[in-house]
Design a protein around this ligand. Structure first.
Ligand code: PLP
Length: 396
């Protein structure tokens, strides 16, 4: 198998997997236990919190464990909306957010809040002047993702943080795709809240965290016991928390090395595809993008057909984000950057990691060339457009 869908989920780091194992059987105590043997699990959780905090430039007490990115997004947005409802009921976000943010905003709209969905430019970058214009006296939150899960575009987070701070509005960023892959510093970037998810950076699924800056007040989202300093109720998932901490620690140490390797491999793949396959478009920003993200339109070919045929060769890619697969709808992200429905259906996302090899990329592109070529022979539009070229023996 050639796995090029690391934006959907990553394989767990073996070190993280091994580190979590003793917490199932040897150290299974509930960390809320008042006896001495619970100290081991408490310490392990706090060590993990420390590792996560240092990955994003936060302090330990600003990290709240959640069941993943979706919960962290829900908690940040709903918690902030509830807390500040007397100040105002207006939220600003963008048209290209993950559904964990968009559908949370839609829920709030049904409950008396107003949401402004900002446009992005053709590369998927938020327009800062539009953001400034959208802020109102009753705005309680700006939520802009750090990096997009489909097209990989990285937003000008520090500029957004500065705008939010100057105007006295809280700033949440969904960093699920960014955390562990690109440098994050919540203090320098003036972030009030940040969501992340372990399974995107070599940790297990079903665990994540929300960073809440010291002094920022939001309402708890899950009610129950007093875990996580009364910020998130429910017995802590100690093994997963331990593994997430280890994955965070290793991601921090190896980030520079991995970014260099992955970016080089991505550029190699992009250049090969540009050179060897005609009528191709790279979606997202050419350089301000996640190291491992590639998102292409192969004009005249249905992305689903490419995906299925690559799958038959043992190559895993995606036609959009994992969450919209099967929905049959054109991606809201691709429409927001200006693609029409047809071009948006020609899309393949390949997300590579530090474990991807050049050989795997070469094999994939060789398959891709053949599949795209064959599929295009079935397209009347393609045949028509390339008629003049083919007269001179052009074979693509
Ligand atoms: N936000 C973004 C940008 C994502 O890519 C994802 C997952 O794909 C999520 C949120 C949801 O995270 P989780 O799978 O941990 O619930």
């Amino acid at each position: 198998m050639i796995y090029l869908d690391n934006a959907a989920t990553t394989s767990m780091r073996r070190e993280a997997y091994e580190k979590m194992l003793p917490y199932f059987i040897d150290y299974y105590q509930n960390p809320s236990g008042a006896y001495e043997s619970a100290i081991n699990t408490q310490n392990a959780m706090e060590e993990s919190r420390e590792n996560i905090a240092s990955l994003i430039g936060a302090t330990k007490d600003e990290i709240v464990f959640t069941s993943g990115g979706t919960e962290a997004d829900n908690y940040a947005i709903k918690g902030c909306a509830m807390m500040h409802k007397d100040k105002g009921r207006h939220i600003i976000t963008t048209k290209i957010e993950h559904h964990a943010v968009l559908n949370t905003c839609r829920f709030l709209e049904e409950n008396g809040y107003e949401v402004t969905y900002l446009d992005v430019d053709e590369y998927g970058v938020v327009k800062l002047d539009r953001l400034k214009d959208a802020i109102r006296p009753d705005t309680v939150l700006i939520s802009v993702m750090m990096a997009n899960n489909e097209i990989g575009t990285i937003q000008p987070i520090e500029e957004i943080g500065n705008i939010a701070k100057k105007r006295g509005v809280l700033f949440h960023t969904d960093a699920v795709q960014a955390c562990g892959h690109i440098p994050v510093n919540v203090k320098e970037q003036k972030i009030s809240m940040l969501s992340a998810s372990a399974h995107k950076f070599g940790g297990p699924k079903g665990i994540g965290f929300l960073y809440v800056a010291d002094g920022v007040k939001i309402k708890p989202f899950i009610h129950g016991g007093s875990q996580e300093q009364e910020r998130r109720a429910g017995t802590s998932n100690v093994p997963a928390i331990v593994a997430m901490g280890e994955a965070a620690r290793l991601s921090g140490i190896e980030m520079k090395k991995h970014t260099e390797y992955v970016t080089k491999l991505r550029e190699y793949a992009i250049m090969r595809i540009f050179r060897e396959i005609p009528f191709v478009r790279l979606n997202g920003h050419r350089y301000k993008r996640l190291p491992g993200n590639m998102n292409f339109c192969f004009q005249f070919v249905d992305g689903v057909n490419i995906q299925v045929m690559l799958d038959m060769k043992g190559v895993c890619v995606s036609t959009g984000s994992a969450c919209s697969t099967g929905s049959g709808k054109a991606s809201h992200v691709l429409l927001a950057i200006g693609l029409n429905e047809e071009l948006a259906s020609n899309v393949i996302r390949m997300s590579i990691s530090y474990t991807t090899t050049k050989k795997e990329i070469d094999e994939t592109i060789n398959y891709l060339k053949e599949i795209v070529y064959k599929q295009r022979q079935l397209s009347k539009e393609y045949i028509e457009i390339t008629k003049p070229y083919r007269r001179y023996g052009w074979r693509r």
